[in-house]
Design a protein around this ligand. Sequence first.
Ligand code: G3I
Length: 356
Amino acid sequence: MMKVAAAATSLSLVAAAPYTPPTYTTPSNLTHPGLDILAKRAGLLYFGTAIDNVVLNNTAYVSIAHNVSEFGQATPSNGQKWMYIEPQQNVFNYSMADAIMKPAKEAGQMRRCHTFAWHSQLPDWVNNGNWTKETLTAVLENHIKNEAQYFKDDCYAWDVVNEAFEDDGSLRNSIWLQVMGPEYIELAFKWARQYTGNGTRLYYNDYGIERVNNKSLAVAEMAKDFIARDIPIDGVGLQAHFTVGRAPTYDEVSAALTLFDDLKLETALTELDVRILLPDSPEKQELQAEVYTNATKACVDVAECVGVTVWDFWDPVSWVPESFPGYGNACLLDDDLQRKPAYYAIEKMLDEVAKK
Ligand code: G3I
C-alpha cells in the first residue's frame, strides 16, 4: 500500500475542552498542530494511540485521547481481548470495547482492533477447558466470527494473531499450539478474512521483531509461506516496546521493516513506548526522545510502513511499571499531561520531513 499523499491540512486545532494543547512554535512558526496532522504531512496514514478503559473517567485524558489532530488512530488497549469480549463461552460483551471504539469513530479516528488470538488475557473457561483439536477449533472460529461481525467495517486493521513466536523463532507453546497445532494461525487469518468487513487489513503483531533477528526472520518466513499459499495476510505489526539504553537504532528498525516491505506487506509500529530505568532524568528523557524519533522516522522512510501507534500517551496509564518494576515514564506525556522532550522531538522531525 503506497503511503497516503500528505494532504495539505488546515491548521485548525481540534482541542476539546478542557484540554488545550500548549502553544509550541515549530521551526516554521506554526503553532502546535498535532502529531497526526504532522504525520500525515510527512506521508504516514496516521499517528495514533492506545486508549485504556481504566481512565475514561478522566476528562483531560479522554479529550487528548480522542483529539484527532493529535491522534488520528486509536486502539483499545484491552477492551477487545478475549477475557472481556467472551467472558463465558458463547456469551459476548462489547461494552469495554465500545467505550473506546464509539468515541473514536465519532472523533473521526481510524481504529486498529486488538486482538483475536493471543495466549494472554484469556478467560478461565478457555485456559482450563478440556479441549480436543475439534472443539477448540470451533471455539476459536466462533470467537473470531462473533467479534469480527460485531465490529465489521469499524476496524482499519485487526491484530489477528498476537505474539505467536518465541525469541528464537520457534512457535510459542500456547494453548492454541498445544491443542490445534501451528495451523491455528492460518485458520485465524482465514476466518478473519471471512468475517471482517471488506478492506479490513489483517495483521500479525509481535514484539522483539524490530531488528533483523531469529524472531523477525521467522515471522517473515511465515508471511512468505502464507502469501505463497494464498492465506490472507496484509500486514505485520512491530509492537516497538523499547528501553532507553537498549533500543534498536534507526537503521535496525528500518532493516526489520524492510523484511516485510520486500514481501509487499504493510507494516506499522503498533505499540510504541520507551521505558526508562527510574529515577528519571533530563538526560534519560533526551535519550528517550532519540529512540521515539528514530523509530518514527524509520516508519516514515520505509515505503509500506503506514503508521505509528504509541501504547498509550500518559505515563500513569502505562503497562510498564506493573510489568517491569523499576521502569516507567515510557509515554509522551508526563503525570501532569505535559509533553516531554520525546513529543517535541517527534513533532520537530515530522515537521522537517514535511517541509523537504
Ligand atoms: O480488568 C481488571 C480489573 O477488573 C481490575 O480491577 C484491575 C485491578 O488491577 O485489573 C484489571 O485488569 C488489568 C488489565 O490490564 C485491564 O486494565 C490487568 O491487571 C493488567 O495486567 C492488564 O494489563 C494489560 C496487559 O496487556 C496484559 O498483558 C495492559 O493494560 C495492556 O496495555 C497490555 O497490552 C499488551 C498488548 O495487548 C500486547 N502487547 C504487549 C502489551 C503490553 O503487555
